[in-house]
Write a protein that binds this ligand. Sequence first.
Ligand code: MRU
Length: 345
Amino acid sequence: MGLVCEKGRLWVLDQTLLPNKEEWLRADSPPQMASFILDLKVRGAPLIGVAAAAALARCAEEGASWEEFKGAAMLLRRARPTAVNLMAAVDRMLAACRPAGGKAGGKTALAERACAEAERVFDEDVALCRRIAERGARFIQDGESVLTHCNAGGLATAGIGTAVGVIRAAHESGKRVHVFVDETRPLLQGARLTAWELESLKIPYTIVCDNMAGSLMRRGKIRGIFVGADRIARNGDFANKIGTYPLAVLARHHGVPFYCAAPVTTVDLAIETGERIPIEERSPEEVRRDWGPRRARVYNPAFDVTPAELLEAMILDVGVVRRADLLKGRLSSRVTLKPPARARR
Ligand code: MRU
């Protein structure tokens, strides 16, 4: 878990420095939290929603007016475009804190409402992760090797994670599980963060470069692939860290079941298909680093979209939706969440 609130102060674990350094940063204000989110110091779809809610609660506690609170909410909402959890959490804070009947309720009332709602956002994320893990663990059998991409673990959520939470639950139930961890170019969330988590959980793992997964599958070394999501469209297509889509294509070719594990807060019912999910493009420097020519042109999308048809199943906290049901459009009947008002594009 990469965020704590202690004695009225909000702290985030700087995930850009892991695993070499564990440094906690104080998030003093919404602009500061927005810049931590943009820089991936705080990252992972569920966690950025929780972090934005916590930052809003802190700013209300510091005495923000309703107008200032709304301004801060808009700033946080725009910090990253793909993970819908961010927009959903901010909109939820706005809805919970909006003064009743158009009358300003005073700063104390705003602070009370904001703190209570941010705590609920946090606690619910913990519970959602637990339910995903319980539902997903049965898809891993004793003695199997699975693969995961990016980091969908405790660092990316307030709880035990989504895809990594599923693996963790299987491990904790006594099954012997081995995890192949895609390094996850260009920012190495797999090699740095997932490996760090698995190490501390004592779950056996092996890091592989992203381009090695196909060869492992061909050799029959991988029995299942578990990934998280940043936004799931109504038809079950989903955006996740760049490199997820080619993994899903490889998995289909080799007959390896491919699972997406996510909370309902990642579902965006306002978006019909994955085509319409906004994909963040990040700085060329993340790819070019020190080894590419300074003027080399770079394409750096942070996410790609995997069509629902490549999934074996979507493991949600509310239930498992198999491919056949996803393709019949049955995802929306399992999810009762209201889509975030301004997330439509
Ligand atoms: O750019 P990041 O590191 O925030 O991307 C994170 C991912 O793509 C995760 O797989 C996703 O947010 C799910 S986290 C439970």
